[in-house]
Structure formats: structure tokens, C-alpha cells
Design a protein around this ligand. Structure first.
Ligand SMILES: C[S@@+](CC[C@H](N)C(=O)[O-])C[C@H]1O[C@@H](n2cnc3c(N)ncnc32)[C@H](O)[C@@H]1O
Length: 199
């Protein structure tokens, strides 16, 4: 079974979604808000008013609502997750907050179905490394949807493992900076004919 099909099946699985429920409560805990205020993390990714932002693996939406306030009425957040229960939860939050600049999409980030060069910033916060998101499949898709010179921002938990170095090694992104736990990369705007992933 391909990894993308596995992700889609697990995202629809009742058992997996029932396990995600308590995990989601932890992801939204007061302690987490206190330790890692979402607005501060989003500012470390340099999210600007008016931008179109793709949030990969939005989970219960810890970052989604603050991100919507940062991009404002002229901006747009696409909150994406493979899990049906998280998608429902975030949709309810968006509706309760009466937000019109958030689109909640149940999709696999390995094949987003989004238009090419349509996104200013991709944020992948608290997700990587994740077995259902192999970088050699995820990064080409993120590069495709990002505008030339778009930004990929990755917030990593305490141990970054191989992720920070694997991203520029793909040849698709160059490292811009690291702000606290957020690693920022610029999408490579060159000819990709000779692209051979080394990850
Ligand atoms: C650890 S949670 C993080 C949630 C959120 N970003 C946060 O920090 O609170 C990882 C999320 O990635 C989602 N995910 C995993 N694989 C995915 C895929 N292939 N496409 C989209 N979402 C995926 C999971 O369903 C889960 O909601």
C-alpha cells in the first residue's frame, strides 16, 4: 500500500480518530498556550497581513484561528488535515469565530490538489517528522504549490532530528533563518529539470 493511501485510510478510520480526540485536547492545553503562544510562533514565521497561508496538519486548530487574525480580511488560511475528526473540530471553531478567511480542507498534504504557485507561506507546525509525511514526497508538493520565492516555515518540537538539514538538501528550498523553534526556508525559484531528491 502506498503511504498516501495509508494516510487517507487512517484519516478516515474511526479508531484512529477516537485516539486523536484526547491527543487534540493536549495540543490545545493551557500549558501549551503558555509555553508556546501561537501568535509568537506565527510571527517567527513572518506571516504578513494579506498573505495566503497553507497550514499543513492543522490538527485541532491551535494555530489556525490566530493565523487568521494575522493575515486579516484580505488574507486567506487553508487549514489542511487528513483526519476527519480534526477537520470537523476546526470547522466548528471557524464557524463559532465567524471567520470568512479560513478554508478547512480534508486532504492529504502529499497531494493537496491546490493550484500551482498559489500559496505565499506554508506552515508545518508541530507535525514533522511524521511517518505519513515522508519529506521526499511532501517537499516537492509544497514546492509546487508555493509561489516563486514563497516561504516554508517549520516549527519543530524540542528534538529537531534530521528535518532542518533535510529540507535544504532536497535542493527545493534554501535556509533563510531560525527564529526560536521555527525554521524558515525560501522556495527555490530555479529550473527543476535536473532535480534529483537526495532525501
Ligand atoms: C501532532 S499533530 C499537530 C497538529 C497541529 N499542527 C498542532 O501543532 O497542534 C499532526 C497532524 O498532522 C496530520 N497529518 C498527518 N499526516 C498528514 C497528511 N499526510 N496530510 C495532512 N495532514 C496530516 C495529523 O492528522 C495531525 O492532525
Amino acid at each position: 500500500m502506498k503511504i498516501i493511501d495509508l494516510g487517507n485510510s487512517l484519516g478516515n478510520s474511526k479508531i484512529i480518530n477516537s485516539v486523536f480526540k484526547p491527543a487534540g485536547a493536549n495540543m490545545e492545553s493551557r500549558l501549551r498556550h503558555w509555553l508556546y503562544p501561537p501568535l509568537v510562533t506565527l510571527q517567527d514565521a513572518d506571516i504578513q497581513s494579506g498573505q495566503t497561508v497553507l497550514e499543513v496538519g492543522c490538527g485541532p486548530g491551535f494555530f489556525t484561528i490566530p493565523a487568521a487574525t494575522l493575515v486579516g480580511d484580505k488574507g486567506h488560511i487553508i487549514a489542511m488535515d487528513v483526519s476527519s475528526s480534526f477537520i470537523k473540530r476546526v470547522s466548528n471553531k471557524v464557524e463559532a469565530a465567524n471567520l470568512h478567511n479560513v478554508q478547512v480542507l480534508k486532504r492529504n498534504a502529499l497531494d493537496t490538489g491546490l493550484d500551482t504557485a498559489s500559496i505565499d507561506t506554508v506552515i508545518i507546525f508541530g507535525v514533522l517528522p511524521f511517518p505519513l509525511l515522508p519529506l521526499n514526497q511532501l517537499l516537492p508538493e509544497m514546492h509546487r504549490v508555493l509561489k516563486p520565492d514563497g516561504t516554508l516555515s517549520v516549527w519543530l518540537w524540542s528534538i529537531p532530528f534530521f528535518v532542518p538539514w533535510s529540507i535544504p538538501r532536497s535542493g527545493l528550498f534554501s535556509f533563510i533563518n531560525k527564529q526560536r523553534r521555527v525554521y524558515n526556508y525560501r522556495s527555490f525559484d530555479g529550473e527543476l529539470e535536473n532535480y534529483y531528491p537526495s532525501i
